[in-house]
Design a protein around this ligand. Sequence first.
Ligand SMILES: [Fe+2]
Length: 298
Amino acid sequence: MFEEAQLYAPVTRSEGGDVTVHLSDGHPGAVDPEYRARRNALAALAMEWQPGTPPPAATYTEAEHEVWQIVCGELHGLHERLACAVYLDGKQRLGLPESRIPQLVEVNDLLLPLTGFRYVPAAGLVPLLEFYGSLADGVFHSTQYVRHHSVPLYTPEPDILHEVVGHGNCLAHDRFARLYRLAGAAARRVQTTEALEFVSKVFWFSLEFGVVRERGEVRCYGAGLLSSFGEIQQVARADLRPLTIARMGVQTYDITHYQPILFCGDGFDQVEDVVGGFFADVDDDQVQRLLREVTARA
Ligand SMILES: [Fe+2]
C-alpha cells in the first residue's frame, strides 16, 4: 500500500466476531489495556456501521477530550502563523469545538451545509481506491479514535485530530472541497495500479503535505502538516521544490519521519491550476507520459 495507508494499525475480526486493533509494540497505548479495549470497541462500531445511516456515536474519556483540547490549543497559534489563508477561512467557517472531541455526526451537521462533504466511520485502513474514490462523492472515511493521552502531541497513526482538524477544516472551504472531489475522480479514472500510485503521491505532496508562498511567507495547506504539532514547525527547514507534477508523482519519502522535501505552490491559485488541473485531466496515458518525462530528465 502507499503512504498514509501504511500507518494505520491492522484490524482483524475473529470467527467469534471479536474485533482487535493490532497496535505496534512501540505505540504509546500498546501497554494500556483500557485504551486497547476502547480502540477495539471503536473499530467494531465502525465495522457494524451501515452505509446510509449516520456515523455511530463514540465514547471518549475525559483524558481523551483533554488530548483534543491540548492539541487544538497548541495548533491554534501555529495555524495563525503557518496555515494558508484558505485553510484559516475554512476553519473559521466550520467552527469545530476545541474543548472536546466532536462526534462525526456533529462534524457532518457543520460540514454538509458548507460544501456537501460528510464523514463516514472507518475502523482503520480503507482500501486506497475506495478512500480516494469516495472523495468524488463528497464522502470522507474517518477513524474515530484519538491518540493516547500520555503523549498528546504525538501520534504514530492518523487519528480523529488528523481527520477532522487537518482534513475537515479544508473540506469546509469550497476551493479545497473542489480539489478533493477532483482527486477522487482522478483515482476512479485511472485504471492501472501504477497510475493510482502516481495520483496518490500527488495527493500526498499536495493535500497532505503541500505548502504555498503567501505574501512572501511559506504557509501550509496539507492536512498532514496542519494536524501535526511537530511537523508544521519543521516546514521552515524543508527543501522546497517547485510545484511540478512529474516530480511529485515519483518523489520517494519515509513516512516515519518528517518530510524533508516539500512542493511549494506560488499561492493557492497555482495549486488549483497545477494540482487541480492534473486531477481533472489525468488518465493512464498522461501518467505514462509524465513518467517518461522524469526518466528522460534523470
Ligand atoms: Fe490524511
